[in-house]
Design a protein around this ligand. Sequence first.
Ligand SMILES: Cc1cc2nc3c(=O)[nH]c(=O)nc-3n(C[C@H](O)[C@H](O)[C@H](O)COP(=O)(O)OP(=O)(O)OC[C@H]3O[C@@H](n4cnc5c(N)ncnc54)[C@H](O)[C@@H]3O)c2cc1C
Length: 484
Amino acid sequence: MHQKEYECCILGAGPAGLGTAMELVKHRVRDCVVIDRNHTVGGLSRTEVFDGTRFDVGPHRFFTKNREINQLWHDTLGEEFVPVERLTRIFYNKKLFNYPLKAGDALTKMGITESMHAMFSFALAKFYRSRDAVSFEDWIVAKFGRKIYETFFKTYTEKVWGIPCDQIGAEWAAQRIKGLDLFQVMKNTLRLNKKDNIKTLVDQFDYPLLGAGYMYEAMADKVAARGVHVLTDTTIQQFQRNDREITAIKVRDRDGNSFLIKAGHYFNSIPITTFFKMLSPVEDDRVQKAADSLYFRDHITVNLLVDSTDVFPDQWIYIHAPEVLMARVANYRNFSAKMVPAGKSALSVEYFVFKGDQVWNKSDEELIRLAVEEMHRSTLIKNDQVEKGWVVRETESYPTYYIGFQEPYSVLKQVLNQYKNLTPIGRGGLYKYNNQDHSIYSGLLAARNYAKSEPVRYNLWDINIDAEYQESLERQELDEFSKH
Ligand SMILES: Cc1cc2nc3c(=O)[nH]c(=O)nc-3n(C[C@H](O)[C@H](O)[C@H](O)COP(=O)(O)OP(=O)(O)OC[C@H]3O[C@@H](n4cnc5c(N)ncnc54)[C@H](O)[C@@H]3O)c2cc1C
């Protein structure tokens, strides 16, 4: 079989893979190839173009506490990375509630009886301690009370994960809404905590003028200009190994031709579960069983071109209403008007699914009809406004932190750590509920470990699980930055 050789091979051209490539190039490692099965770069953060209109794979906000990533984003796009005033709300009980929650807004819209119920259940919740929480439900109830949990957290979360909230690990809540509880919401409403910068409470974010994926298209252009090969429409089919060393990967290009790629080192951002399935020879039963125990939630976006600019003013709305299957809707005109033709709006309607379930198996036409009907029924659009629709199906979108996932996960981590020339990176590769910043950061640190450019060796598994680790690292870097 035909084969090509490189010093480094990066699997996946999402934020993690391109972050790795940028940092390798910085350390003069240029004999690299980046491989992705999609026709364009950006992974889950890519932007799809239909009839000249740009749609992200669900709404993507750029926000980070990590100055280095922020700088990288600004250096990459310069004036094409612009601030957007955030408006996002929750749709529930035919009403729109501000999100992040604002105490006054929520309590007024809930009405007196429901509000008193909420305050009473919050008072009761003070008898629980969130640090003892095992499930997502325990954690939120301890922080907000059962009534607020049922109104503002339960339905959406169950739509996203496809399992009840008492089976989702508290890690997810702690990671997602760390530092926030009902007292904090009230303090924020009254603006008593100006100094605190709690991650879910931000009212402005930066965004590329032509969609989230525009950032990654620019990063790919940058590395390609420095000699890195970026192969899109190329699918990884097999990882060949000798003991705990990858000897080659087998890929298939857009014309259906298979060939081998041999590299000194591999950086892998494709899902951990896929990696173990594609290993040849496979690992022993215990390891394969552990890999089979992890799973991802899959995702569908129904993208609609609407013949009006008078649609909702939010960038996105969480749909908590249980009477519809859609979970979130986004309006890309409100991210950047440059993504959309004049006089039109570009909306995405999201369904969280498992590949092969009833919703996944619907035809594109059925999904478009479903989305239009649900949007119309929720009074978010009039159905005669929709001109055209396109469907994007995405597998392995959300690594699932179900209760008990830690055990098989540690088996896989241990095995992966023994591979001499393979570094897992990114959301799927590390099985981490990463945002873009965490994924890029994993790529930067992986490249630094490879280039041995720093005296420390970074443990990538700790990014975005142990905030202290990342923050102390950031502080060092911030100090470095302030010197320049
Ligand atoms: C609906 C949704 C909304 C989100 N909103 C936000 C947000 O607001 N802000 C934010 O910061 N983050 C958000 N995220 C998260 C963000 O999309 C991810 O953190 C980021 O894209 C992860 O980057 P990555 O490179 O680690 O992985 P990915 O983006 O998943 O990239 C992995 C790449 O590997 C490729 N690949 C997989 N298998 C193969 C194969 N066999 N052969 C070849 N290539 C393969 C894929 O095509 C993909 O391009 C959101 C995610 C989703 C799903």
